[in-house]
Design a protein around this ligand. Sequence first.
Ligand SMILES: [Zn+2]
Length: 331
Amino acid sequence: MKIGLFLIIILLLSVLFLYLKNYWLINKNATYHAMKVSSYFDSNKINDYQNIDFVDRQNFAQEISSFLDKNYTSEEINLIYEYLSDSNIQKLLNLNYIDLKDFYQISNIDVLKINDYLEYQNIHKIPIKEAVTEVNLHLNEEFYSNVSTIKFPDSYTILVNKYNALPSNYYPKDLTNIGNTSLKMRARASRSLENLIADALTNNIVLIPFSAYRSYDYQEKLYNKYLETDPIQIVDTYSARAGHSEHQTGLACDIRSDEEIDTLTPSDYKWLLDNSYKYGFIVRYPKGKSKITGYKEEPWHLRYVGETHSKKIHDLNITFDEYYDLYLNNR
Ligand SMILES: [Zn+2]
């Protein structure tokens, strides 16, 4: 009985082995075959063809031929198709050879920026992964240089910062009051903030919103007023220029513990850091991240991004700018 079972297992393993071997051979031969039937076949490159994993895509033969002409090895070509997005592959086909050794596993690379990443890493002495994200966020350029206008300002996950501005005439169409205050946020954010405030209260934490939606014009006046007392370099660390404020999105709210002070007590701040994500909010300008956000720590400033994203941002412990580049920016 035991021997019978043993033989059956051996038989099954043999069948599996033959299947995998065939699959591997077919896969290897498929590239050779695709090249053979195309007009790009080069008999000097048969060895390369046999080492390149077949990928079922349009223009495969033409692309393989082009990569080999640029002196990519078959090993590199396999990595290109395994890791790079289609748009990066298209860009790569229009460039001379680039050594991507350190970049394959970094999901948010743009192959057009490889030199910028390396240069930035060299200056700042940081891991290449961080250099990629920071260059993607334009941190290798001065704040407020090369500003882009945000295309879909009604998205709950828009990135508004020193490089991405809202149109001056933008205002959210669904502004509603937060509880019985005169402050307004977009409907979903407003309801979530009411829940957050109510739940905080059951923990004996009093949270008072004191600034929410602000129009472009209002922000412009506010920023100019700050300029009367502080030099621009200082004002830029605590106030956004018009069009660059999250308050114009209707998704941000400043919260305080007391009518007398414009901030939170350390314990209330701790509660928000630990709990605001459950209501779709994040602390947008956290401690030690001003290099990325461009603002000094603002315990009071909450941004609504929705619960799926707020949980991930909380768990990853990264800024919204970094999160946006890693997970929301289509490339
Ligand atoms: Zn704020």
